[in-house]
Design a protein around this ligand. Structure first.
Ligand code: SF4
Length: 704
């Protein structure tokens, strides 16, 4: 075990946390403490085009979880109520036997496949193929549904294609005004901050929209501290100011957009003062923001989960896209729209088929030509491809209702990350078979019947696509510990046992990527021109890249948008609050997010001693006057309750949050899990749950 948990000196790898995908070198060494020699490791940034050699504290310690003693080294099976080690043969035979029985007895749709946005492109692609070809189920979706599905669907509707950033990171310093809506980059993607500092040095005006005065808001020229769930109203109000004061780009609107007249009619009916009141801010703040963005030549609007994780997330993003189109700030240097993707492969993970409605290259599972093409690449008849499934949370509802009886989870922890977590936990207990492939015994894996140990970022090879749409190759840097296996290999080994050997004969990750290139060819996310050889030589390549002779597309939409009429589309967005209605019983708005030291449900970062030392337990951030009103002292345990359930965290009294709002991070499970209280209501367009607003009450527990 000791040997397995060391690394060779000077290995090159890539941070698995967050969408920047910083490159690094991990150095191995030794230190002696009280006469005991122990291995120590140190990471340093390695220059690449995105991170420029920087690392944040998560990246500096990303090797720690991979070398952690709790890594799963052998498959586990539940026997007499306990998970015990078994051979790979026994575990995989058991998975395949159970799948086969379910397929014969209940049919393929009794099996659900649940993926993740941190998987490599190769695994995400293969998971989609595994679901459709090896199992034949329509029920596949992934945790990215909870991440940026609102922005992804909005980009597709407004621009015709969903690439996280329509521009490059290098455009940020060229922007004269930057809107950061619902994104806390300083904690979530810290190595991006120097781009914004550079923009400020160049004179840029930065607007941060957030109910909290986050570390990101500290660099703002204007902090718009809105009430959670009112982003669409704010963007509409900014749009109205820009129209009323003649700050729009008439030429761009005429030549490159559709739908402006309808938007004007809608804005004319809008009550500006009422909008400001709904947002909980002064009207003058909205005017200031609109003028700052409307009066300059270059600018970028970024959104993230603060705008997107709402029941109106799709439309709220489109309201912000209106600002970009109206001012012609897209398709040229220093301009654009971007969603700040959260997960390590949030971008690539949503492009190649692990979504309910999607085939590789952003092809649609409901489009005949798309089905025919992908079926031909996979060597099957198109009618063997199942139809559209349901979103991640809806899959959990089907589990709860007993329609899905077998669930295969790869690289995700839905017991902690799903809203209404108690319902999810109850549902998983009803399954005939729960299989989890992970590095650790996560909260979900603890409930599994079979647990399959997978390799970490240090040990597997594959591509990741960062938030700019730049494809990066991360090569294995050490051998797998114990009996851990690459996730793609596990999928192939189950497929073979399901008699699908001919479709899953890959020798390595590059072999899968070669098929992915072909499957994505001619699609919106076209990777055909990208090869491992190019990635090794060039460092990274932007998609779309339809030919190996082309450089890839850095700035999108220079001449036209990707819709049939080639125009960008304005959207009429209703100004209403997406927040859950507060009441006497549930008087406060609960919102959630990340902290600097942790990633997603904390499965990895909570197993890093350096990161855990920074944040060891969950907390609630609460305004001093709110705390006083509910008799809460700083640092004491409190119970927070919504109509879905309760959780317990320690209080942190801070003046930088709105008085009507409390904030809880999302990285802890069990009794500290904020998702015991979050809302399962879904956005009608993208099926994003309304994570960011739940009506709650709070009470001190006086335990400390
Ligand atoms: Fe870079 Fe993100 Fe990793 Fe930090 S967490 S080192 S910003 S990839």
């Amino acid at each position: 075990l000791e040997t397995a948990m060391h690394v060779p000196e000077g290995i090159d790898t890539q941070c698995p946390f967050c969408s920047v995908q910083c490159k690094m070198t991990v150095h191995a060494g030794e230190e002696t403490l009280a006469g005991v020699v122990r291995a120590v490791h140190r990471a340093e940034g390695k220059p690449n085009a995105a991170s420029q050699g920087r690392l944040c504290v998560k990246g500096m310690n990303a090797h720690q979880h991979a070398l952690h003693a709790e890594r799963l080294l052998r498959p586990l099976m539940r026997k007499a109520g306990r998970l015990v080690p078994v051979t790979w043969k026994e575990a995989l035979d058991a998975v395949a036997d159970s799948f086969s029985s379910t397929l014969s007895a209940q049919g393929p749709d009794a099996i659900g496949i649940y993926g993740g946005g941190s998987l490599t492109n190769e695994t995400a692609y293969l998971l989609g193929k595994f679901a459709r070809v090896a199992v034949g189920t329509r029920y596949i979706d992934y945790n990215g549904r909870f991440c940026m599905s609102a922005a992804a669907s909005a980009s597709s509707k407004v621009f015709g294609i969903d690439r996280g950033l329509t521009c490059r990171l290098a455009d940020i310093p060229l922007a004269q005004c930057i809107v950061l809506a619902g994104t806390n980059i300083a904690e979530c993607q810290p190595t991006l901050m120097p781009y914004f500092h550079q923009a400020k040095e160049n004179g840029a005006y930065i607007i941060v929209i957030d109910p909290r005065a986050t570390p990101t808001a500290a660099i703002a020229d204007l902090h718009v501290q809105i009430r959670p769930g009112t982003d669409a109203t704010l963007a509409n109000a900014m749009m109205k100011v820009m129209v009323d004061e003649g700050l729009v780009n008439e030429d761009f609107i005429r030549k490159r957009t559709n739908g402006y007249e309808q938007l004007l009619t809608h804005l004319n009916r809008m009550d500006f003062s009422e909008s400001a009141a709904r947002c909980g801010i002064e009207p003058e703040v909205i005017r200031q923001a609109a003028r700052a963005f409307g009066t300059v030549d270059t600018g970028i609007v970024f959104t993230a989960r603060g705008v997107e994780q709402h029941t109106d997330g799709h439309m709220a993003v489109r309201a912000f896209m209106n600002l970009v189109l109206a001012t012609g700030k897209i398709g040229r240097e220093g301009c654009g729209y971007g969603t700040i993707t959260g997960q390590g492969n949030g971008q690539g993970g949503r492009e190649h088929g692990q979504k309910a409605d999607q085939l590789p290259g952003y092809r649609s599972i409901e489009n005949k030509a798309d089905r025919d093409y992908v079926a031909s690449v996979w060597g099957i008849k198109p009618n063997r491809l199942p139809g559209k499934g349901v979103s991640a949370y809806e899959m959990m509802e089907l589990v709860h209702q007993g329609e899905i009886q077998t669930l295969f989870v790869m690289g995700s922890n839905p017991v902690v990350s799903s809203p209404n977590a108690r319902m999810v936990e109850e549902g998983l207990k009803k399954l005939n078979l729960l299989v989890v492939a992970d590095m650790f015994l996560t909260e979900t894996a603890q409930m599994a019947d079979i647990v399959l140990p997978v390799t970490s970022h240090l040990e597997n090879t594959g591509t990741m696509t960062n938030l700019e749409g730049r494809v990066l190759l991360r090569e294995a840097a050490r051998s797998a510990p114990g009996e851990a296996r690459d996730d793609w290999r596990i999928l192939c080994q189950i497929a073979v046992r399901l008699d699908k050997v001919g479709y899953f004969t890959y020798k390595d990750a590059e072999h899968i990527f070669e098929e992915l290139r072909l499957a994505s060819r001619g699609g919106l996310a076209d990777y055909y021109g990208i090869t491992y050889t190019r990635l090794r030589h060039e460092g990274g390549v932007y998609w779309p890249c339809p030919s190996p002779d082309e450089a890839g597309t850095d700035v999108m939409f220079r001449e036209s948008f990707a819709l049939p009429h080639q125009k960008g589309v304005f959207t009429v967005v209703e100004s209403r609050s997406a927040g859950e209605h507060t009441s006497e019983d549930y008087p406060l708005v609960l919102t959630n997010g990340r902290v600097l030291a942790h990633y997603l449900t904390g499965v990895q970062t909570r197993r890093s001693s350096s990161l855990t030392a920074r944040e060891i337990e969950n907390f609630v951030e609460i305004h001093p006057r709110t705390a006083q009103r509910w008799h809460i002292r700083d640092g004491e345990w409190v119970e927070i309750t919504s109509p879905r359930g309760s959780f317990t965290v320690r209080s942190r009294i801070k003046p930088h949050i709105r008085e009507d709002t409390i904030f809880v991070p999302m990285h802890w499970g069990g009794v500290q899990n904020v998702n015991r209280a979050t809302r399962p209501d879904l956005d009608p367009f993208c099926r994003m749950p309304g994570f960011k607003t739940a009506a709650v009450r709070i009470r001190p527990l006086h335990l400390s």
